[in-house]
Design a protein around this ligand. Structure first.
Ligand SMILES: [Zn+2]
Length: 268
């Protein structure tokens, strides 16, 4: 048996008789039929037509194998390319949105590694210096008439802990009082966006012989996240300084870090 190749789908159909006109596979007409060939070969038999235009069984099998192999490699390549595209897309999305997703789905906690005070660094403000597990960098604060702010902050909700040192410099006062300064500092936190159920207690402490106020309290952020804070307020001349540590509520590591940070505070 010999086989005729289709001009459309390139597959082979058996030349079973002289009446074969259409491809077995796609149904399209063959480029050359026996009848058309016979017009040019009036003496030609079907066997001669088959010999001249068709291919042998072995040649057909080899051709089919080759085309299947070719299709297979195309599929393999397509799968490989799809795999690479998906991988690149996933890692790109992961890089862009990963940290955000982690923040969204995990309840932040203060990592125990933050308690390794040997790794802490010294941060020195204008009035106070302290030991901190996070590096503090300048933060923007809006000045008010006769009042200049200098703020430094480190960490945030993603880190589980936020440490802020804020200095309020009263330009028209050579001396400010501790109690109103401490109350004002707590007030600023209570009025932050999304803060509710704010409560705190405070006690007077001594810091290198200077009076200071130690505040501890809690609030709910955005109606969903219970938070706690520890704050130390000290005044020197016309400057009021607050060291504020905020961490998730009921986080014992956060409480211990906050306590260590405030205990490390020293007047310059
Ligand atoms: Zn065909």
């Amino acid at each position: 048996m010999r086989y005729l190749q289709c001009g459309h789908c390139a597959r082979h159909s058996a030349l079973k008789s002289g009446y074969i006109t259409f491809c077995d596979h796609c149904g399209k007409k063959f480029p050359l039929t026996f009848a058309a060939w016979q017009a040019h070969h009036p003496q030609g038999s079907f066997e001669e037509f088959a010999e001249e235009t068709g291919i042998s069984e072995e040649a057909r099998q080899a051709a089919e194998r080759k085309s299947q192999h070719w299709i297979f490699t195309i599929r393999q390549k397509a799968a490989l390319i799809t795999g690479i595209v998906v991988l690149v897309a996933c890692s790109t999305l992961g890089a862009w949105y990963g940290p955000g997703l982690v923040k969204m789905f995990s309840k932040p906690t203060v990592p125990a590694a933050m308690l390794e005070t040997g790794n802490w660094r010294t941060f020195r403000g204008n009035v106070l210096r302290l030991q901190t597990p996070l590096s503090l960098s300048p933060a923007d604060r809006k000045d008010m008439p006769n009042l200049r702010f200098k703020a430094f902050t480190g960490g945030g909700r993603a880190e589980g802990l936020e440490i802020t040192m804020e200095e309020a410099i009263f330009l028209s006062h050579s001396q400010v009082d501790l109690e109103p300064s401490a109350r004002k500092a707590a007030d600023v936190l209570a009025r932050q966006k999304g803060v509710s159920q704010f409560s705190y207690s405070e006690k007077r402490v001594q810091l290198n012989g200077a009076p200071a106020m130690w505040q501890q309290g809690s609030y709910v952020q955005d109606h969903s996240a219970p938070m706690e804070f520890s704050s130390l307020v000290v005044v020197k001349g016309g400057i009021s300084v607050q060291v504020l540590v905020i961490h998730p509520g009921n986080d014992s590591t956060g409480r211990r870090v906050a306590e260590e940070v405030l205990k490390s505070a020293q007047m310059n």
